[in-house]
Design a protein around this ligand. Sequence first.
Ligand code: FAD
Length: 388
Amino acid sequence: MSVLENGNLAALLTPAHHALRARARDFFTDARLAGWRESANGPLTGRAWRELGEAGYLGVSLPTEFGGAGLGVLGSLVLGEAVSRLGDVGLPLGMHVQNEVACQWLVDADPALRAEFLPRLLDGRLVACQADTDPSADEPTTAVRDGDDLVINGAKLFVINGAVAGLCFTRVLLDGSPAIVAVDKDRPGLRVAEVYDKLGTRSADSARLEFTDVRVPATRIVSSGGVGRHLRWNRVMTLLRFLIAADAALVHRRLLDRITRYAGERALGGRPLAAWPVNSHALARFRADLELAEAGVARACARLDSGSWPVPEVAALKWFCVERACALAAACCDLEGGAGYMWGNPSLRDLAQLRGLRMAGGSQTTMLTITNHSFAARAEWDTAGVAR
Ligand SMILES: Cc1cc2nc3c(=O)[nH]c(=O)nc-3n(C[C@H](O)[C@H](O)[C@H](O)COP(=O)(O)OP(=O)(O)OC[C@H]3O[C@@H](n4cnc5c(N)ncnc54)[C@H](O)[C@@H]3O)c2cc1C
């Protein structure tokens, strides 16, 4: 079983989705992933991205008029299911940034900017990152205008694809307002200051980028100022958070299948571990969580593909899927006893991946804050009789 067998989603799968699913299952193998990595446990090389592009796995969700495969968010989910079998969440995270975040910025961007970068993102010659996280709220990355140029100063932390990327969608404060600027990596003054040694998600690199008087033409502004910028930001981040929620649900299913087998076979005190009430209750709860997570993923996917942008609902979904998958991974490590504490233990490895998903796309606390504020505002509008 998989989230794609959820009745609501299964009905939406077209022959093109089925063909992608079959093709991707054969393509994403452990051996291929091993050949793509810089070292045994290291990140993907640029060559891997070119192969992904040549094989047609970049831009799957993007409309055909922009050079994509036109398979929508559901297409990304189909791809996510195949990639998830590799057991490392770095590759899906890196692909979401390339396929959904970067491509989405360019779809909405000025046509000249789109023409310059989008084809190379789709064929994998160019890798993108989203440089968002400042060292602190008091140290924002800034851009100031100088003639026809912008001059950027600051630093960005924990950037997925930051080392391998050639193009950085960088969030800056421009004239005091947030803006997104596309910065090519080879601009003087932009450097990879650190590549982090991460606990999980290791097949994508995470890097600290530093900008010192980096000069780019002002035509590289992708989005700036006002409500329009805010809406586009919400759209891109909602797409990313949805895919992270789906990644967590896919890990949840893998963990649950494995621990159900294990706890059914491992006998302690005369009966299988799973037959002890304390464990059977916990496992039943985790099964119910999976049903809820997959139903939420199916519903959100259908809504996103129908053109609506359910920002707080997706924030709540990301919170739920990641929170419950983390709890399950920790419980699996306990159920596996001493073995659950050893390097290489699959549950421990998944717990590490899921720790990353707690922060990727915004922290779990941020998800709760978005959800709480939006739902509270809606409740107040409803009470006041305001039409929405
Ligand atoms: C796997 C992974 C991938 C990532 N990918 C990227 C990427 O591609 N690009 C990028 O720019 N960044 C990326 N990040 C960074 C991520 O977005 C940030 O780590 C995250 O937003 C939290 O920011 P921070 O690390 O500065 O923590 P802080 O802002 O210091 O927050 C620490 C904790 O405090 C909580 N907190 C903060 N303010 C408050 C408050 N007022 N009240 C209560 N609690 C609060 C936060 O929710 C969080 O739990 C990634 C991180 C990880 C782990």
